[in-house]
Ligand binder design. Structure first.
Ligand SMILES: *Cc1c(COP(=O)(O)O)cnc(C)c1O
Length: 396
């Protein structure tokens, strides 16, 4: 892959007519190092956030050894890229065929579940294996997160006891996992969820070997400036230490967004301007799914040096013929931006490139490496002291 200093250099040299993905290997490596060095347990990468083999190799080389996979397609892909990685099949609803292939052909020993039926399925598909690590997914609140994961999966606390007790009978190691929702804006989300785990363990009176706090670790976006990642780790560690579990119990996490958000950005071209609406060449069916469907505000910068007017609010239309290909924003760009100008849209490494389709024949087909910094970084240590902001819930 060709390397450029930054997005402006790409525009100068290529003036691309199609959207271009820019990858920052150094940013992904920094995020991986941060988690492997500072998370007080095992951090596995949730592959769905960005399944790029290049990215997965970077994470592996920085010490990320465990991968959270959710489909047999992800199992096969990661196994091919990383023959020695530990794969954990963390989708609570799987087919018997997928479980069987994962167990017998790809060495997967770790599975999650949230019903008796799924437990039965896992036991049957593995021929009653005695070396399973089974994690029961508990439903927890998503109230502190930008994207909820609370309604689809997870057993309710009130129904957890029989499932935990039955699962204990069929595994070598028993775990409890949960997901607080994506982009959790306070560490308190994890503290609250871990309180529920504690209640489930006490109620079921079982021995738990693994506590898995799932994903949800944040990145930085306009209007979404979370506390320092260290605060999340510290609060999780404190709650974990206070759990009624053995000294040998393990703490796991499944960060997706936090490991890859800073990895990629996107260059788009303005094809047309209509008032405060810019028609650009990527959108809802490309790398900007979340900008359209959940009105996520990604950071933007104009790549032209001759724009002199102050920033003002714009919304975007994507290139397809669908009215839904609309991104409300607001995206802050110079008032004099016009057709033919280029824009860089930042922080698209997570749930950006991964969600692109080729609908209507549009979408980024070119990708380059760039060496500059992402538009924001939660790992750079140059952010204002988060404790001075009021979105931190102090439990001390
Ligand atoms: C999506 C998902 C993750 C990753 O979530 P992020 O919010 O991106 O960190 C982790 N675990 C499970 C089970 C998931 O479904």
């Amino acid at each position: 892959m060709h390397t450029f200093p930054d997005a402006k250099a790409v525009v100068r040299e290529i003036a691309p007519d199609e959207a271009v993905i820019l990858n920052r290997p150094h940013a992904a490596a920094r995020a991986a190092r941060f988690f492997t060095e500072k998370f007080p347990g095992t951090a596995m990468y949730a592959v769905k956030a960005n399944p790029s083999p290049d990215l997965i190799r970077i994470l592996w080389s920085e010490g990320v050894t465990h991968y959270d996979v959710a489909s047999i397609g992800e199992v096969r892909m990661v196994r091919e890229v990383l023959p020695e990685a530990t794969l954990c099949f963390m989708h609570p609803v799987k087919t018997k065929g997928a479980i069987r292939e994962a167990y017998f052909q790809h060495g997967v020993r770790t599975f999650s579940l949230d019903t008796m039926e799924e437990l039965q399925k896992i036991v049957e598909a593995t021929d009653g294996a005695s070396d399973l690590q089974l994690l029961v997914r508990l439903r927890v609140s998503s109230e502190h997160s930008e994207l909820s994961l609370a309604s689809k999966f997870g057993v309710d606390l009130a129904d957890a006891t029989p499932l935990l007790q039955a699962t204990r009978q069929h595994c070598d190691a028993l775990g409890i996992c949960f997901h607080v929702g994506s982009q959790a804006m306070t560490p308190f989300a994890y503290v609250q969820a871990l309180e529920r785990v504690r209640a489930a363990i006490a109620e079921a009176a079982i021995t738990v070997d693994i506590v898995d706090v799932g994903g949800g670790f944040p990145s930085i976006y306009p209007d979404l400036d979370p506390p320092a990642m260290e605060d999340y780790f510290a609060q999780i560690h404190r709650s974990f230490e206070a759990m009624p579990i053995s000294y040998s119990a393990e703490l796991w996490a499944e960060p997706g967004r936090a490991l890859c958000a800073e990895y990629s950005s996107l260059i788009v071209k303005v094809e047309k301007r209509r008032g405060d609406e810019l028609y650009i060449n990527d959108g809802a069916y490309g790398a900007l799914f979340d900008a359209a469907h959940v009105a996520w505000r990604f950071p933007v910068v104009a790549l032209e040096d001759d724009l002199t007017q102050p920033l003002t609010e714009f919304s975007f239309y994507g290139p397809t013929c669908d009215d839904a290909d609309f991104m409300k924003g607001p995206f802050m760009l110079p008032e004099d931006i016009q057709a033919g100008d280029y824009i860089e849209i930042g922080m698209l490494g997570a749930y950006g490139a991964a969600m692109a389709t080729r609908f209507n024949g549009f979408g980024a087909t070119l990708g380059f490496i760039v060496e500059d910094e992402p538009m924001a970084s939660i790992y750079r240590g140059d952010r204002p002291d988060p404790r001075s902001s009021d979105n931190v819930v102090s439990l001390r």
